[in-house]
Structures are given as structure tokens and as C-alpha cells.
Write a protein that binds this ligand. Sequence first.
Ligand code: NAD
Length: 492
Amino acid sequence: MPELQKFQHYIGGAFEDAAEYFASLDPATGEPWALMPAASAQDVDRAVRAAATALRHPAWAGLTATARGRLLYRLGDLLAAAAPSLAALETRDTGKIIRETGGQIAYIAEYYRYYGGLADKLMGLYVPVDKPDMEVTLRREPVGVVAAMVPWNSQLFLAAVKLGPALAAGCTVVLKAAEDGAAPLLEFARIVHEAGFPPGVVNIITGTGVECGQALTSHPLVARIAFTGGPETARQILRNSAANLAATTLELGGKSPVLAFADADIENVCNAVIAGIFAASGQSCVAGSRLLVQRPLLTPLLERLKARAEMIRIGDPASPDTQMGPLATARQRDRALDLIASSLAEGAELITGGTVPAEHPEGFYLRPTILLCAKPDTPCLREEFFAPVLSVMAFDTEEDALVLANDSKFGLASGVFTRDLARAHRLSRAIHAGVVWVNTYRVISPLVPFGGFKESGLGREGGIESILDYTRTKSIWINTSDTPLPDPFVMR
Ligand code: NAD
């Protein structure tokens, strides 16, 4: 067997080997291709202490906000320049197709530039306080050491929406890459280093959730946690944060509804649905995985979707011709197969897919799958797959569509397809989700906040407001009178 590529941790400005390693599997072949360092609780402690030291060190604390912004700009530029090589690495380690990783990484640079620009626009306040001779100002100070944790599906992107605002605000960060697909983030550390951030400002490690994640999120020197992942892990992280009382942002899962009305442009709906569920092999938190279709549109739309899904070119994620790659792990694929089986047992009808493609028995492939359901409690309509599986259900009226759309423990994203402007506005207000896309799907921007309702999360990432999460307010009272304060024990 060829020697496996070995990745390193980045702690206190140095690249380090670990005492233990674990193998990362190539999702296209199922074979080990690299060794990832496993951070121990001691490694986590060193990384957090490095971040805590850097937070107060003049090399970082003494920088003007404008200088911090310039560093973020430089990071964005270096990231954009490294996009092709990082994309190849992400494709290798996660199975996400090269067509997607290349474009996505180049766009991630915009997040660093956006927050770089915002760094010196973060202002305090003057309070016209109700006391004579008092000047009260509010300063916004960095909250402290941030523990950032991401899942494997879009590590560089999910890291950018945490690192960008945290660094712009003057915080320091320990970023834990997910144990699956960690390679691009560990490699990104080299770009952070080259950008010239002082040692300890950004630390990047990986390891298991139980040892590394738990030690990080309960560490007493951590002041804020920014987490993206599943709802069960999120609950565990909230329990961990009882140790340090760190404020927490949670970006969690979804079962996002797409409402297609009979008056919609069928080609637009079809393209949006295909992109919404089959891009990234369905491993997207905003995957439009619940398609609700007004009855007259059901048959023609299902025919188009089936034909389109069956045309998708499945194959080597590193080939530019491939349109859908494997899932990132065997665990994900097997869970999807189980959920498909239980949904079929509950009466769902298989329109297409549902199996491992015969031409790809190795690796973690699954055919694009469409299930038609008659009952809203079919498992495939309720559980998040994180796989290329679309569940479809028909509705008759706008009221029925809204009830079905909101009948979920999740509330991350949603789509409404209609030419009726008044209906688009009504539904945008009434849908319980953090994002509503009308006649479009899966568009994002650094300027626009993103996050969920209900079990889809807590807080927002992106946009101006997310930088405030990485600050805390200090109220400063200044007595402007030359008259001494009255003696408190002399009656007047
Ligand atoms: P996960 O929750 O299993 O893992 C996420 C991270 O948490 C990993 O780094 C893991 O090591 C760590 N972790 C696990 N157990 C831990 C513990 N006890 N203490 C501390 N850390 C621990 O998530 P996953 O299954 O890898 O990712 C898929 C989930 O992420 C899906 O639910 C998906 O919808 C969600 N997601 C959400 C968004 C969003 O922005 N809302 C984006 C992408 C993915």
C-alpha cells in the first residue's frame, strides 16, 4: 500500500504532529488515503491556552480594527488563489464533486473580504444618560476565545462564517475540523499562517467528538461556541457549555419544504428542485428534501424530475464531467438506505433510485432517489437524510401546503414557487423557517444572515448582525463634574 499523506495540527502558530492518527477514507473508493491527527484533551488545552494568550498579546490586541480587516482581506485573497488545490483536496476527502468545490471555495473568499471590510465599521454608542454630569459610552469588545466546530459537508465554508466575524471582532479561535473530511481545513491552516495572523490567533485541530469536541466546548477559557452539526450533538454541546457558560450559536439540520404551486414555471421548479436535493449528493443542511406539489402539477413535475434524476452522471468526484459523487461516509449511505426501506414499508412509492448504483459497488454511492408519499408521517418526510433523497407529497390548497410545510421539527430553509405575488408574500410571512427562497433555491451571500427556527438552530451566521455575537458590551461611566461626590453619610 502507498504511504498515506499525513496531516498536522496548527497550534500556537506551529504545525505539529499528534501522538495518535486515524485514517481518512476516500469516499469514491472506500480506501484509506490519508492520516489525520487525533487531538487529545491535552492538545485541546494547549490550543485554547494559545488562543487565550494571543487574545491579550499586543501583536493581536494592539492591532487597529483596520489592520485586522486587512489581514482578513489578505486571507480572502490567498484562499481564492489556493481554491483549485484546496478544492481537489476537499473532493478527495469528502467525495464532493470538483465542479462544486472549486466554485464554492473561490466564493468563500468573499466572506473573509466582507468581514474584513466590516472590522472597522463596528462602533460603540453614546448614551444620553438620565444623570447630570455623566458621560456614558458603550464599547464593543471581543468576547474572548471562540470554539468553532463544523461538520464534514462544507468545512471551509462553515469555518468562514465563524472565523470571519470572530476575527473581525478581535477574538481568537480554536477551530475543530470534523473527523470526517478534515483535510481541507487542516490545509487551510497553511493559508492562515501565510496571511500573517499572529501565533495563536487561529488554531486548527481535529479529533473525535467525544474526546476533542467535548474538551473544547467545556474548556473554562472558552467564551463563545459557534457550532454547526446535528441537533443531538448540539444538545450535548449545550450540556458541555454548562462548565464554562459560553454563549452558543447553533446551526443545525433541516427538512426544508419546497412548495410548488400549479401556476409556477415547471422548468424553473424542476431545475431548482434537482439542484436543491441532488447537489452535493444531498449533503447540504438546506437540501430541499420535502417537495410539496399542488395536485395538477404532480404528474408532469414528477415525470420531469424522474427523467432528470436518471440522467445525472454519477462517478468519480474528481472528474469535471461528474454531476453527482458519493456520500462522504459509508455510515451516511447506510443510514439513507435504512430510511428508504422504512419509508417504503410505511407505504411510500419509489419513483426512482433507492439503491447503490450497480456500476459503483465500491465507495459510498447512492442513486438519486425520489419517493412519493401519501401520508405526512412517512419517515422520509420527517427525518433528515443528508443524502440525495427527495420525498414528495401532493396538496390541494395554499392552506394545506402551509400546514404541511410547517409540520416539521426543523425550520431551516424553504422554497415557494408561484407566479402569484400576493401568495409569495403571504407564505414568506407564514412559513416557520429562517430562510424563504421565492422562485429560486440555495442562494447565499455573506451579506445575508442565515440560520434556523425550531430544532434547526439558535442564532444567525452571515450578515452584519453576526459580528455582534463575537463582542460584548462594556458600559463606561465618566463623571465630568469637578465638584467632589457628596458624602453618602451626610443627610441633606
Ligand atoms: P455532528 O453533529 O455529528 O458533528 C459535528 C461536529 O461535532 C463534529 O466536529 C464532531 O466531531 C463534533 N462532536 C460530536 N460529538 C460531540 C460532543 N459530544 N461534544 C462536542 N463535539 C462533538 O454532525 P454531522 O452528522 O457530522 O453533520 C451533519 C449535520 O450538520 C446535519 O444535521 C446537517 O444538517 C448539519 N449542518 C447544518 C448546517 C447549517 O448551517 N445549519 C450546515 C451544514 C450541516
